[in-house]
Ligand binder design. Structure first.
Ligand code: BDP
Length: 722
């Protein structure tokens, strides 16, 4: 097994289990159109039945009430096309179905003319019908019979992916090979993988994707790429997936030959109107435009003395005449040349400051896309306070499935527990319950259109993300967009059953390892809210480099010196960031006593000897956590070994290799961070471990000829600095 089918393997059920199911002979997929998701649903059910139950069923597209369905059938269609009168027992279901939200579905069983049981799948729309069909199959694959009656609606209408693919085929922060969309400046001819990606997306009910990097290039919009985008959209549409594009702000200058890209210049307006018209000719159902502007060197409206809203509205007005396209304007606006010597500077403040006063001036088809935390996909962050500032302007929260700061798929790090710390956070806007998940679902401010985006960055490796276990994050992301209160362990167990089979030892082991993985990674990579202490200067964002976290222009700082550590972000004595939250939350973070330990160093600058609520000092907690994290990582490959023979050998070995690597790298993390802070503060580890490098295989102990001993940078990563 090479991972290509991911969780949609539809592995055959054991014979005994398969016997419990009816013999399905007919699939009725109620549609005339071959590109309709309902048609896709029919084929998918046919394929799934063959693989899971070894049954061959026919597909037809019309329901004929005069006909006798000689044995069990599966009927799938939209509420409008469903033959309600043929199913008197489903009259009550009609109300349920009409109250489904967009993309929702009803899945149940009924009898037709007192004959054999019929599985009925009714979508609120075509996409919903497909989601219901895949729900039926994924339950079947887990040996869970269809429920008598099950209605399901999404938490939010926007459930999208962002791919950071470049036209040359590379992927920014991609860890699984080249792009499945682009190569050598053009859209690939063979889009088979794109279709397969859309299938995976549909199975977890993701309905949109922005296909190119936020650091975009004007050539995306040349005539042949416009056609290519049309082909990508065509490949994904049968799976209910719509596409959008990320734009480069200076395209009018660089592609259009204009003198400016000023959003208020009439020629610039005309340029974007024209490009937008051409895009819609190729992609009639385009989602809209994702804009990264005035961030990390990208041009934007501020470059031309205009406001962010004037920039966003330029695109909004170009989209408006063509349908429901939106601008996803990223809140990730900041200057990456921050002056470290001014201790009041704080990158965390940027989003709220830049968007201050703009809530009422964005056009109604502009949504602001906000990373979950104020910095950048760190191992632990509080939620972005901007989520509490925009009331009229709707928002999209941005997560990252690509584990940029989380071990980049070489470390197992199941992210759903991290996402829940954000989604379940109560911002107490205006003193009222305001869970982040209720803000982004639209419930809190009565928005009709808002939701989720995640940077995924699959590549053409057969594992999609570069490692089999990393795929639980993509699966879970879809599940959380639909139902943000899902239980993290239950979600990963479902994924494990679908991906590796029903053996309880397999499922339990994968669930346990996954559930421990984020806390373990946090322990050895950067705890107490200090961020992921990785290299950020060389921009690889991988591996330990605590020294790089200070004195850099990117504003990811720990403010560590010989006596104290942590960013003072209080209003009273610090950068004022805590004051960006609504009053009740601000009060909690302003006060060192009420700030939870896990975010202590995010909000406060404290002596290494400061006592945590646990009673430990900060530095002792650092030492202990790094030892505990690294120690637990040592158990991962050992526990995995117990699955030998219970899953296919190819994937078993691949994962064993990754977990073994992680166990080793966790030691490097442990020793680097501990040695670094030990050297900085000179306070001994109470348990006298720092410097012992337990379990490390030291280069100094090896026998090789022809090698020179050299100093290592950063010194703390090596045993004895060499
Ligand atoms: C950072 C990435 C960088 C992205 C940027 C973004 O390191 O490659 O371009 O985010 O989100 O995390 O725009």
């Amino acid at each position: 097994e090479n991972g290509l089918e991911a969780w949609l393997r539809y592995a055959s059920l054991p014979t005994e289990a398969a016997k419990q199911y009816p013999r399905y002979t007919n699939i009725v997929a109620l549609t005339d159109s071959k590109s309709s998701p309902v048609c896709t649903a029919g084929k998918e059910v046919q394929d799934g039945l063959k693989k899971i139950l070894n049954q061959s069923a026919n597909i037809r597209h019309k329901f004929d009430p005069s006909e006798q369905l000689s044995s069990s059938a599966i009927v799938v269609g939209t509420q409008d096309d469903f033959p309600w009168s043929a199913f008197p027992s489903l009259q009550d279901v009609k109300n349920t179905v009409s109250s489904l939200k967009e993309d929702g579905f009803w899945l149940g069983t009924s009898t037709f003319k007192d004959e054999a049981q019929t599985v009925v799948i009714i979508g609120q729309n075509e996409r919903g019908a497909l989601y219901g069909a895949m729900e039926f199959l994924m339950r079947l694959a887990q040996n869970q019979p269809s429920p008598a009656s099950y209605a399901s609606s999404p938490s939010a209408p926007i459930r999208w992916i962002n791919q950071w693919d470049n036209l040359d085929g590379s992927i920014e922060r991609g860890y699984a090979g080249p792009s499945i969309f682009f190569k050598d400046g053009a859209v690939l001819d063979d889009l088979t993988r794109v279709e397969q990606y859309a299938r995976l997306m549909a199975s977890v009910r993701l309905n949109g994707i922005v296909v190119n990097n936020v650091n975009s290039h004007c050539n995306l919009l040349n005539p042949s790429n416009l056609k290519g985008l049309g082909r990508i959209a065509d490949a994904m549409r049968p799976w209910g997936v719509r596409i959008g594009v990320a734009l480069y702000f200076d395209t009018p200058i660089e592609l259009g030959g204009l003198k400016t890209s000023d959003p208020l210049d009439p020629d610039v307006v005309a340029f974007w109107n024209d490009i937008t018209t051409q895009l819609y000719e190729n992609v009639p159902d385009m989602l809209g435009y994702l804009i990264k502007a005035n961030s990390e060197g990208q041009p934007g409206p501020l470059t031309y003395g205009r406001t962010l809203a004037e920039g966003a509205n330029l695109f909004a007005r170009a989209l408006k005449p063509h349908g429901d396209g939106i601008v996803m304007y990223r809140a990730f606006v900041y200057n990456h040349h921050l002056d470290e010597s001014n201790w009041k500077n704080d990158r965390a403040n940027a989003a709220v400051e830049f968007f201050d006063g703009l809530d009422d001036v964005f056009d109604e088809n502009v949504l602001v896309q906000i990373k979950y935390g104020p910095i950048d996909f760190q191992v632990r962050e509080p939620p972005s306070p901007l989520l509490a500032h925009l009331r009229r302007t709707r928002t999209i929260i941005e997560f990252q499935v690509a584990q940029e700061y989380m071990g980049q798929q070489s470390h197992l790090c199941y992210l759903a527990p991290l996402w829940r710390t954000i989604l379940d956070f109560d911002l107490r806007i205006d003193g009222e319950p305001s869970l982040v998940k209720d803000v982004v679902s639209g419930e809190r401010f009565n928005w009709k259109y808002s939701g989720y985006a995640a940077v995924v960055n699959v590549g053409n490796d057969s594992t999609w993300l570069g490692s089999h276990l990393a795929m639980s994050n993509l699966y879970a992301y879809g599940r959380y967009c639909w139902e943000p209160s899902s239980d993290e362990a239950a979600v990963v167990s479902d994924w494990a059953r679908l991906t590796f089979g029903l053996n309880p030892t397999v499922v339990d082991t994968i669930t346990q390892l996954s559930m421990e993985s984020w806390p373990t990674y946090e322990n050895y990579s950067g705890n107490l809210g200090i961020q992921t202490l990785c290299d950020i200067v060389k921009t690889c964002h991988y591996g330990p480099s605590p020294a790089a976290m200070d004195g850099n222009g990117w504003g990811q700082w720990t403010r560590a010196d010989a006596h104290a550590i942590g960013m003072d972000r209080t209003v009273a004595t610090g950068t004022g960031f805590s004051g960006q939250y609504p009053a009740e939350v601000a009060k909690v973070f302003e006060n060192i006593e009420t700030t939870p330990d896990e975010l202590l160093l995010w909000f406060h600058h404290v002596p290494y000897t400061h006592r945590l609520k646990s009673g430990k000092t900060v530095i002792q907690h650092f030492y202990d956590a790094h030892y505990e994290g690294a120690e637990n990582a040592q158990t991962f490959p050992v526990r995995w070994q117990a699955l030998r023979g219970l899953i296919d050998d190819h994937r078993f070995q691949h994962i064993l290799f990754h977990l073994t690597y992680q166990a080793g790298h966790a030691l490097v993390w442990r020793d680097s961070v501990n040695t670094f802070y030990h050297a900085k503060c000179g306070i001994a580890d109470e348990r006298n471990r720092v410097g012992n490098h337990k379990w490390r295989v030291k280069a100094q102990d090896m026998q090789l000829t022809g090698y020179q001993v050299v100093p290592v940078k950063p010194f703390e990563a090596a045993y004895g600095a060499e």
